[in-house]
Design a protein around this ligand. Structure first.
Ligand code: NDP
Length: 289
């Protein structure tokens, strides 16, 4: 008998992961709370389980991709007695502490856990741009390389099960604030009748060029020397942001996205760091716990 891979959760992402497994020639068992979402996968050759207990009845790896931490417990708690000795790859988005709690839950039940964070949208799964971060069991990471490779590029971030989701959340902070910044700019030019699509064509290469600044900011933060040459000073950045906020007002656009950035810069200047580089904002934000 060939060991099957089980997929619990067939939303947009779970379906993409299972589709890649089937395309990779793996015998695949799927389960979803709402049964009809399994139909497309059944058509591709998956075995559809009627219950979670039926889905985990084999001895293969169990891939979980559900809505959130709570739904993972909602699905797995009732079948915990059938899990000792099994490996679970949890690709559900959770906070770092939720991942750690789940790792404790798994360890107490004799389950090997590989926690993952997917840095891709469903359409990207299996294509070169798809990346998944993992943490937790190094053994499971090594054992399931063939499966991981069907989904995208993998990185292992250590045995602390929370590290994959910590990096996920930290990277999404950059993504969401970038999107919000783009929408702010689109609203500014939109007030002058410029279509968002036209603005996006100008904004995308500019943001791509600005990404080149990240390594320099990071080097400054790691060296904890914010006085170095060539850095834009906080005072310069404050003037730029103040001008930007006046322009925002001229266009009748809500400043809600930009004001917190201006505020944090002003707080650092008030604390006496106006001539330091803008990377010093890190000191205002970082945890002091
Ligand atoms: P969907 O909303 O498409 O699917 C959610 C899945 O969770 C469905 O299978 C749904 O079942 C199931 N579910 C929700 N609540 C429960 C519950 N209480 N009990 C049992 N099953 C439940 O989301 P995605 O597939 O897009 O996302 C799944 C995970 O992947 C999320 O954690 C998401 O953050 C993560 N992810 C998604 C990305 C994306 O771009 N889509 C990108 C990166 C990560 P049902 O069909 O019955 O509602």
């Amino acid at each position: 008998m060939t060991t099957s891979t089980t997929f619990l959760g067939l939303g947009a992402m779970g379906s993409a992961l299972a589709t890649a497994a089937i395309a990779g020639g793996r015998p695949t068992v799927v389960w979803n709370r709402t049964a009809h979402r399994a139909e497309a996968l059944a058509g591709r050759g998956a075995t559809v389980a009627a219950t979670v207990a039926e889905a985990i009845a084999g001895d293969g790896v169990i891939v979980v991709c559900l809505f959130d931490h709570e739904s993972v417990h909602g699905v797995l708690d009732p079948v915990a007695a059938g899990l000792p000795g099994r490996t679970v790859i949890n690709l559900t988005t959770t906070t770092p502490n939720e991942s750690r709690d789940f790792a404790t839950w798994a360890a107490e039940r004799g389950v090997t856990l590989l926690d993952g964070a997917i840095m891709a949208v469903p359409e990207m799964i299996g294509s070169p741009g798809s990346a998944i971060l993992y943490s937790g069991s190094p053994t499971a990471f090594a054992q399931h390389r063939a499966l991981r490779d069907l989904w995208g590029t993998s990185s292992f971030l250590g045995t602390d099960a929370g590290m994959a989701s910590l990096h996920d959340m930290a990277m999404l902070a950059g993504m969401y604030t970038m999107f919000a910044g783009f929408l702010h700019g689109a609203a500014m030019v939109g007030a002058a009748g410029v279509p968002a699509a036209e603005f996006a064509q100008r904004q995308a290469p500019f943001l791509a060029a600005m990404v080149g600044q990240l390594a320099g900011l990071a080097a400054t933060i790691d060296a904890k020397d914010y006085t170095g040459d060539g850095q834009q000073s906080l005072r310069f950045t404050e003037t730029a942001l103040a001008t930007l906020l006046r322009a925002t007002d001229e266009q009748g656009v809500d400043p809600v996205v930009l004001e917190p950035v201006h505020d944090v810069v002003r707080r650092q200047i008030a604390a006496g760091h106006g001539e330091d580089g803008t990377a010093r904002i890190f000191e205002e934000l970082r945890s002091t716990r």
